[in-house]
Design a protein around this ligand. Sequence first.
Ligand code: HEC
Ligand code: HEC
Length: 298
Amino acid sequence: MRNLSVVISGLLLPTGCLYVMNKAQPWSETIAANPLRVERGAYLVERVAACFNCHPSANNAKMSRYFGRTREIPGKIYAPNISADPETGIGNWTDGQLSRAIREGVDNNDEALFPIMPYGSYSAISDEDVRSIIVYLRSLPAWQTRVPERQIAFPMSLLINLLPQPVKGPLNAPDRRDLIKDGGYIAAVAGCVTCHTPLNWRGPDTSHSYAGGWKFVLADEKAEVISPNITADPQFGIGSWTDGQLKYALQSGRRPDGKLLRAPMPWQSYAGMTEADMVSLLAFLRTIPPLRPATGSM
Ligand code: HEC
Ligand code: HEC
């Protein structure tokens, strides 16, 4: 049945008929590479945004986390190769196309990306940080990984075209002295909200931001992992955790009860965040208002 609906949606909605609402032209800027940008980009990609937690990497070129096969996502979505390989990666994309994909969720064929790519959250990334991310990606040796075509069933295949929003620049990172704003920025670059917000048939359920409930089917298809509620709710969320427990979970992958946090929670990346960023992140997380889980999720 499910396969049938994928096939039918494919027939009724060939990709040419889909178009993205609110699509902006890509930046015309060509980004200059320099060592500072490579260094900042390496930190953001490897330690904060954890791009290779989903995308195939040099060390793990076969790994593409795929999402789907759940009630909410009848289909399969693969994280593609974002190395500079011209055939299977982004080697032929312009810098503007890349920054638009990252912050606005529109690919080089003008198609909307599925919102597990955290572009809703990445839309806050500053102009300078997106430059650094792109410079770092292009500085890596290319690898060849071709992922299968995505399949998204109707109606989501159509509705995702409503999600991309143009970035209204110029965008700067907030003042670092404001811990909560700084932490909010780090959380946005980390995409916490994307994984910790439930998805319904129209996309992210923003009335339940951070309330958890996204079901991930792990690649071996043997296990399902549901993202937990990370709001300040003492019963459903992490309101009763101490700062120390929260920091320990983010850096060592252990919950207060000793259970290890499984993929796709990228704590191994966060373990390498700077102390200053971790302090701000914790300050921000504490300000997320308590919310109960969405009915139907969990
Ligand atoms: C939580 C998983 C996840 C994370 C983290 C993530 N991505 Fe993605 N990304 C995806 C998925 C899945 C797609 C494909 C979506 C689709 O096919 O509709 C994608 C698509 C893309 C694309 C479009 C590629 C193409 O060939 O169409 C680019 C570029 C991209 N991501 C860059 C990045 C960068 C840079 C980062 C880190 C700053 C990042 N992504 C972090 C899951 C992720
Ligand atoms: C790619 C998806 C993804 C991203 C990005 C992500 N998480 Fe998670 N997170 C998960 C999943 C899934 C779990 C549950 C793991 C398990 O049950 O083993 C989890 C677990 C947690 C937990 C443990 C909560 C509990 O009750 O057990 C905390 C705290 C947490 N995440 C905070 C964060 C923060 C803060 C960020 C951003 C800095 C973040 N997560 C980014 C998917 C993600």
